[in-house]
Design a protein around this ligand. Structure first.
Ligand code: KG4
Ligand code: ZN
Length: 333
């Protein structure tokens, strides 16, 4: 039996989940809206809001799971990667909570957890599988051999896919985070209306900085001819941007699957909520006979349920850490 409380605070979501014997019984997420005023996450503000949110979110998670804190068996937390000030709030709270309740501590790698979100619900992928992990900070193709035996076989050399969405959205004067808004406008647009530069990167790696620049020049040139170009073509621009990013992402995933002869394919991270990516992956699955695994929306963007799931597997192996543990903004995979 194990009842684990898990805390996620790596960026701008304060989240707490409870995992009862491998089943998620609570997953509370407090979003920080303050960053919308600045067009991106302000680290200093993020850590302050985590500090304000953490205790109410803990209470709510215990209430939702109908668990008393004295019934807990372990406390888990995101160690990294992430914003140091944000991580510090979660790590410090977890350490104090575990010390007060005399419980073991479990540290979790945020990127492992995004992938292990696939073990929350059925159907679960079989090892070995490939996971395209696409978030605001990362873009990786990961060969997952076991719960904690993972190898990055391709990754971005500059911007992450989420950044490509968010920075393009900013060029289109959409508020932060722009990824979901591009997705929304794309639904009513023509994906083949405009073409943007496709990066020529070798191996299984990605690059999105050139793509972002090509959108910047495209908009600058069109606005010279028509100052209302963005407003008049927003849906078509969003659909074309989304189509290009998804095309780049899936092309390398296809290449990786072919090279390794793997047909178990998953996506994870905030950008896996993108409707174009989800549909594109399902189409590829039909074409190539893949079994694809797409997380429920609530487990795509940052959440503590995925931290709790990873902690569940560490608890089984009694993989605990001491009170000397520190957050790591850049963490080894
Ligand atoms: O995994 P996540 O919540 O946080 C990080 O660990 O970075 O990912 C956040 C990223 C943001 O860049 C956001 O714009 C993007 O995921 N995102 C989306 C969508 N939903 C979230 N991008 C495109 N389409 C979406 N529907
Ligand atoms: Zn994340």
């Amino acid at each position: 039996m194990s009842v684990i409380l898990a805390i996620e605070s790596s960026c701008d979501e304060t989240s707490v989940a409870i995992c009862n014997n491998g089943k998620i019984t609570a997953n509370v997420i407090a979003n920080q809206t303050i960053h919308q005023n600045y067009g991106g996450v302000i680290p200093e503000l993020a850590s302050r809001v985590h500090q304000q949110n953490i205790v109410p979110v803990i209470h709510q998670a215990l209430l939702n799971a109908k668990v008393n804190k004295n019934e807990l068996n372990a406390v888990a937390f995101t160690q990294g990667p992430g914003l140091l000030g944000s991580l510090l709030v979660g790590v410090s709270f977890a350490k104090s909570f575990a010390l007060a309740l005399d419980l073991p501590l479990i540290s979790v790698n945020h990127m492992h957890a995004h992938i292990l979100a696939h073990f929350i619900d059925d159907p679960k992928p079989e090892f070995p599988f490939l996971c395209l992990t696409v978030s605001g900070g990362h873009t990786q193709i990961v060969l997952v051999k076991d719960y904690f035996d993972m190898e990055i076989i391709g990754e971005t050399l500059d911007d992450a896919a989420g950044e490509a969405f968010d920075k393009t959205a900013k060029l289109l004067k959409l508020p932060y985070p722009g990824g979901p808004l591009i997705d929304k406008h794309a639904k009513d647009g023509d994906p083949l209306m405009f073409k943007f530069g496709e990066p020529q990167i070798r191996d299984l790696n990605y690059s999105f900085s050139g793509f972002k620049t090509s959108v910047l020049y495209f908009i600058r040139d069109r606005e010279k001819e028509n100052p209302n170009f963005i407003a008049e073509n927003l849906n078509d621009i969003c659909a074309s941007v989304q189509y290009s990013i998804v095309f780049i992402l899936l092309n390398k995933l296809k290449k990786a699957a072919k090279q390794l002869g793997i047909k178990e394919i998953a996506i994870a991270g905030g950008v896996s909520a993108n409707s174009g990516l989800r549909t594109g992956l399902r189409d590829l699955a039909n074409e190539h006979n893949w079994n694809v695994y797409i997380p429920a929306f609530e487990y795509c963007t940052d959440n503590a349920a995925m931290i709790a799931m990873a902690a569940h597997y560490k608890y089984i192996n009694k993989e605990f850490v001491g009170q000397g543990i520190a957050p790591l903004s850049r963490m080894e995979f």
